[in-house]
Design a binder for this molecule. Structure first.
Ligand code: ATP
Length: 325
């Protein structure tokens, strides 16, 4: 859906993005992750031509973005930024309606869409006549997302979309964002410096440093087969929790068969859930060492010995990856 080919951008004689190439398939979320100044925002803004590349080309649905006026291009691309960018003198309704109005939608259709978006983002109707400064940071962020999705663009570009929020609100909105059905078939490029957020949201993650993408891959690939010392170092502080989030339960089961008499002390979880989610559930059950889990896929209950989960996890991921080296 999006192909970025050998793109380079200079500011003066400093190269901000250096020979960067990647592809994002339709419906996927690509996260650009990296340190401050590594070129993430510049890369993102070249996709909707807020910044023009000096070299290379970018294609959307096989058409070069340079073969159409930037305004036409941007009508199909939602854009969300950390500062939200709501117009302060517009009401929330007017802010959400900006792109549909540009596209000359009928008044009734705009109205309908606004109400749909309010529901989707769990915003009260009373915000519609308010101005951005009257809303909380979390609400403003939701309005920013609603506005970007108003005309249902196939592509979303998001620059630190949850960056201005406190950690609790950030985690909550990030979770909601992941679950939103309206985003399931969008092609998304998201910039963040938050490693947990990147691993939570990205189908693929590109780790940027110094204008280059040092490695692009799934969370498992980045963790288990880092191709560059920078990637290993960048992820090192978060490795344990990231590995638990990247490892699915079905990669561990079955351990031992279950006895059914303890079923009322069980917790249900899908086979695709991460080990991290499972351990969180286990911690919530009042059982120190062992818990029962039911896998939806084959409708079987399994006994999970938390110590064994840890052991196996350690052997597979830590000792295993050391042996590979
Ligand atoms: N308009 C500009 N003029 C001059 N230099 C710029 C401009 N925009 C970005 N740069 C420089 O280009 C480099 C890449 O910047 P960019 O904003 O893309 O990085 P980033 O990875 O998004 O960083 P951050 O996470 O801090 O936003 C930085 O060194 C930055 O100072």
């Amino acid at each position: 859906m999006i192909q970025v080919e050998t793109v380079t951008k200079y500011f003066g004689n400093k190269v901000a993005v250096n020979d960067v190439s990647f592809e994002v398939s339709k419906g996927d979320t690509l996260v650009l992750l990296g340190t401050s100044g590594s070129g993430k925002t510049t890369t993102l803004r070249m996709i909707n031509r807020l910044i023009e590349a000096d070299k290379g080309d970018i294609f959307i649905s096989n058409q070069s973005i340079y073969s159409q006026p930037p305004e036409t291009l941007r009508k199909n691309i939602g854009y969300v930024i950390q500062q939200v960018g709501l117009l302060p003198h517009y009401t929330i309704a007017e802010n959400i309606a900006i792109v549909p109005k540009l596209l000359e939608w009928k008044k009734e259709d705009i109205q309908l869409r606004i109400y749909e978006l309010l529901q989707m983002f769990r915003l009260p109707e009373s915000v519609l006549t308010q101005h951005p400064s009257q809303l909380s940071g979390g609400q403003q962020q939701r309005v920013g997302l609603a506005r970007a999705l108003a005309a249902d663009p196939p592509i979303l570009l998001m620059d630190e979309p949850f960056g201005a929020l406190d950690q609790l609100t950030r985690n909550a909105i990030c979770k909601e964002f992941k679950m939103l059905a309206a985003l399931k078939n969008k092609t998304i490029v998201l910039v963040t410096h938050d490693i947990q957020e990147a691993f939570e949201l990205g189908d693929k993650i590109g780790i940027m440093d110094n204008g280059h993408i040092q490695q692009m891959g799934s969370s498992q690939e980045l963790l288990l087969t880092p191709s560059h010392a920078f990637v290993t170092k960048f992820l090192s502080d978060h490795r344990l929790i990231l590995e638990m989030k990247a490892t699915k339960l079905k990669e561990f089961f079955p351990f031992e068969s279950a006895s059914s008499k303890l079923l009322d002390q069980t917790e249900e979880i899908t086979a695709d859930a991460s080990l991290w989610d499972a351990l969180q559930k286990i911690a919530a059950i009042n059982h120190k060492k062992a818990s029962f889990l039911k896998m939806k896929s084959d409708n079987t209950w399994y006994l999970v010995d938390t110590e064994k989960v840890w052991q196996k996890f350690y052997i597979n991921n830590f000792l295993g990856s050391k042996e590979k080296k």
